[in-house]
Design a protein around this ligand. Structure first.
Ligand code: NAI
Length: 346
């Protein structure tokens, strides 16, 4: 197949990473168009990445005859509408997580995605493309850990970003701690177990910045979840890791257990000095998941070239957001929440 021409919407924190991978690193694709509401970002796309077409209107971009696919990295509230518009213009879609913020709207979008079986849709659950998570997944699937009993997930952002989060909290709708951050861990739980979440209980505390209470945002949330086969999952999501970017997963089975990212190591260096023996830590998601972002975009390109579906679907996005919504509801009503059995959408 000829080179896949991609248009990207969003060139912010993550958009820039995807844009550089598409433009400079991944074979068989080109970054032909870019859309952003920030002029400097479009200048960067043109001047540094050599993007031929730049847009401030997404609708104009998807009408361009010169693109085959879009990469959606805009704020989460735009995702569903931008997915639908792309599909209606016969474009393959890679979309960042979460797929959307409202269940009904996501359901409608999944139906539209399903009605274009010839187009590839992939959601940005990049941890599925991280080398360590893939290694662990193979161990679990081959039965090396036996039957799974417990999964424990930590996803804690560095406290260096907390001050700006507090400042802008309420200004942009990310969907809250569970829909925005815990969604990765929810997806891992579903992916590792191949089971759906049945019942959840979530709690939260704003210890570092109690003023977050006023804008209904959480600094740290914890949850206990029961899956349909009684496997237990424990989640901690937060924004205040003083040592860096802490993403850790533990899986306990009847024959053994494993941990991924028990310490968020930046590299293989160990320092011996007046502070004792220390390991440098990863400080942000672009550093920790650099290869995963590259791998997932490579997979998107391969799926288009080979006319097959990626491992992560729109349905995974829908289910993840359903669980995230149940966790938020549990916080709101201060009680256990049962998830309704899954609808026929699949
Ligand atoms: P950001 O705020 O840094 O950047 C947003 C970008 O969208 C900017 O380029 C802005 O110009 C553009 N934009 C905003 N409104 C627009 C509109 N109406 N039309 C066209 N462009 C528009 O956002 P960030 O942090 O890069 O997040 C973007 C998405 O990526 C979010 O959905 C977020 O959940 C997801 N994300 C996923 C991560 C992961 O671990 N997979 C990590 C960080 C973000």
């Amino acid at each position: 197949m000829e080179e896949i021409r991609i248009g990207i919407v969003g060139l912010g924190r993550l958009g820039r990473i995807h844009a550089e991978n598409i433009a400079l690193n991944i074979p068989g694709v080109s970054l032909t168009a870019a859309c952003s509401v920030v002029k400097e970002e479009l200048d960067y796309a043109r001047e540094i990445l050599g993007v031929e077409e730049t847009y401030i209107s997404y609708e104009d971009m998807v009408n361009s005859p010169n693109i085959d696919a879009v990469c959606i990295v805009s704020p989460s509230g735009f995702h569903t509408e931008q997915i639908r518009l792309a599909m209606k213009n016969n474009l393959h879609v890679f979309c960042e997580k979460p797929i959307g913020l409202e269940i009904e709207d996501i359901e409608k979008t999944v139906e539209i995605i399903d009605s274009y079986p010839g187009l590839v849709f992939q959601l940005g659950f990049m941890r599925r493309y991280d080398e360590s998570y893939r290694y662990a997944k193979e161990m679990v699937d081959s039965g090396q850990l036996g039957d799974l009993t417990v999964i424990r997930c930590y996803g804690i952002d560095p406290s260096s970003g907390l001050e700006s989060f507090v400042k802008f909290a309420g200004a942009s709708n990310s969907g809250g701690l569970f829909a925005d951050m815990a969604i990765h861990d929810i997806d891992l739980v579903r992916w590792f177990t191949n089971k759906e979440v049945k019942r959840v209980w979530a709690l939260g505390k704003n210890a570092a910045y109690p003023e977050l209470d006023k804008v209904n945002e959480l600094e740290t949330g914890a949850a206990m979840m029961q899956l349909e086969d009684k496997t237990m999952a424990l989640l901690v999501s937060g924004r205040n890791a003083t040592h860096g970017y802490h993403v850790e997963t533990e899986i306990i089975g009847t024959k053994g257990m494993l941990r991924i990212g028990a310490a968020p190591e930046k590299n293989l260096v160990t320092i011996y000095d007046g502070n004792g023996v220390t390991r440098p830590t990863s400080q942000h998601f672009p550093e920790r998941f650099r290869e995963a972002f590259y791998n997932e975009m490579g997979e998107f390109a391969s799926c288009i070239q080979e006319n097959r579906n990626p491992n992560v679907s729109a349905y995974d996005g829908l289910q993840g957001t359903r669980v995230a919504e149940a966790l938020q509801h549990s916080i709101d009503i201060q009680d256990i929440v049962d998830l309704h059995p899954v609808s026929s959408l699949k």
